[in-house]
Design a protein around this ligand. Structure first.
Ligand SMILES: Nc1ncnc2c1ncn2[C@@H]1O[C@H](COP(=O)(O)OP(=O)(O)OP(=O)(O)O)[C@@H](O)[C@H]1O
Ligand SMILES: [Mg+2]
Length: 412
């Protein structure tokens, strides 16, 4: 196998056959996978249920032996102890000891990596804040919802500040806000030079975060490439402009019809995707009920911000005359860019041990706030109907334009 300099994972002919009690082949879960993951890349293992994603991940972690093929992580065997220390793993199911609190759970995983007491405490606090569980840190995880348990799982996967983060279905059980947060976190980690490999069968959940994907089916790679390579429709063009007047639209159509037939063209208004719409609704609800929205998730944990360390180290070198100012400025610019990325969507967080009546009262306030979003005030109604009329007028314009186009081209 060629050893590539910046390759974090190299798999060649990777195969796993599960055998039955008598040693007869039972299931060929993974069948001859060839792929490479480079440093700083977000790599997606996509595929339907049973396609071999978790089996591949377990081989990457050294939990399963490959039946055939070669696999190297950081140019070493996945079973190498030093390699394991550089990996963070979020399992498909979050297995947590239900009598430990969220804080104790993270602290426990910190102990496995022999972190000092002070370092464990610092990281635990930062991670709890980052995943939006600061106020629930003392509650036992047995009481947590699926999404909250997932967040603890994610925090424990990062406690050792890993270089390679392996996430099996990271968005499963998370609401769209949590899902967005996880994606932002993944992007930030990759920006900071970490390598992330994630699996998912919810393609839309990961589409905007992965750099490169393999699509598995029946244990084999069926497609592989960057999202642009796989998803770009190269033989079509979209032009987005401010809303066109009827006159401009007619003129544009006149030019277009000289080149293309009516069937090959479509004029529409762009649509928001449901995720952006949902996040916008939640954002508005949060501003309107800021006092009842609970605590908010924090930024990426300080100790995970390696570029920060680099800037201060470099500043020291400048003082010592080792590094030129230009390099420092570039590092600062990189840090600023990373910080921008680190800005996460803030999620509401459950309060610590609330009395049932209090919880109910809060629920009422929240419901009121939400219903006030839905009930329209008189001005909102008139604004809304004006918008509706505009909408109708523009639909009419569009259908007239399409009609004109057909007439021009002699269609029926
Ligand atoms: N321990 C095992 N013994 C026998 N067969 C197994 C074992 N683990 C997995 N398999 C089989 O291997 C195939 C791939 O399973 P795997 O768990 O890797 O799929 P997956 O892509 O992660 O699916 P999902 O989306 O449901 O998590 C399936 O047919 C499964 O039944
Ligand atoms: Mg799986």
């Amino acid at each position: 196998m060629d050893v590539q300099e910046d390759a974090v994972i190299e798999a060649a002919g990777l195969t796993k056959v599960f055998k039955d009690f008598w040693g007869r082949p039972k299931a060929k879960a993974v069948n001859g996978l060839d792929f490479t993951v480079k440093k700083g890349e977000v790599f997606g293992l996509l595929g339907p249920n049973g396609s071999g994603k978790s089996t591949t991940i377990k081989m990457l972690l050294g939990l399963l032996y490959p039946s055939r093929g070669a696999l190297q992580i950081f140019n070493k065997s996945p079973r190498d102890v030093k390699t394991k220390q550089r990996i963070g793993y979020l399992p498909e199911e979050t297995y947590l000891y239900k009598y430990l609190s969220a804080g104790e759970t993270i602290d426990f995983f910190g102990s496995l990596f022999q972190l000092s007491g002070a370092e464990k405490k610092k990281r635990t606090q930062q991670l709890l804040e980052m995943v939006g569980l600061k106020n629930a840190g003392k509650r036992s995880v047995g009481e947590f919802s699926k999404g909250m348990a997932r967040r603890v799982g994610l925090a424990q996967a990062l406690v050792n500040d890993p270089d390679l983060i392996i996430l099996d279905e990271p968005t499963s059980g998370l609401d769209p806000v949590g899902c967005r947060e996880v994606k932002n976190l993944i992007k930030t980690l990759a920006e900071r030079g970490k390598t992330v490999i994630l699996s998912s069968h919810l393609l839309a959940d990961v589409e905007d975060v992965v750099d490169r994907v393999v699509v598995l089916y029946g244990g084999k790679i069926r497609a592989q490439g960057t999202t642009d390579e796989l998803l770009l429709v190269e033989d079509k063009t979209t032009i987005t402009t401010p809303k066109m007047s009827k006159d401009v639209l007619d003129r544009v159509l006149k030019i277009l019809h000289e080149e293309y037939s009516a069937e090959d063209m479509e004029i529409t208004h762009p649509r928001l995707d449901l995720e952006s719409f949902f996040l916008d609704v939640v954002k508005r609800a949060r501003t309107e009920s800021a006092d009842t929205a609970g605590a908010e998730s924090g930024e990426v944990a300080e100790y995970l911000k390696s570029s920060e360390k680099q800037v201060s180290e470099m500043a020291e070198k400048v003082i010592a005359g080792d590094v030129d100012e230009e390099k420092l400025a570039a590092a600062k610019a990189e840090k600023e860019a990373s910080e921008k990325l680190a800005t996460m969507v803030n999620a509401p967080e459950p309060e610590v041990a609330e009395e049932p009546e209090q919880a109910e009262a809060k629920q009422e306030v929240n419901t009121e706030a939400l219903s006030s979003l839905v009930e329209e005030s008189p001005e909102e109604v008139s604004e809304e109907s004006a918008a509706e009329e505009k909408e109708k007028a523009s639909e009419k314009d569009l259908s007239e334009a399409n009609e004109n186009l057909k007439k021009l081209l002699g269609g029926d």
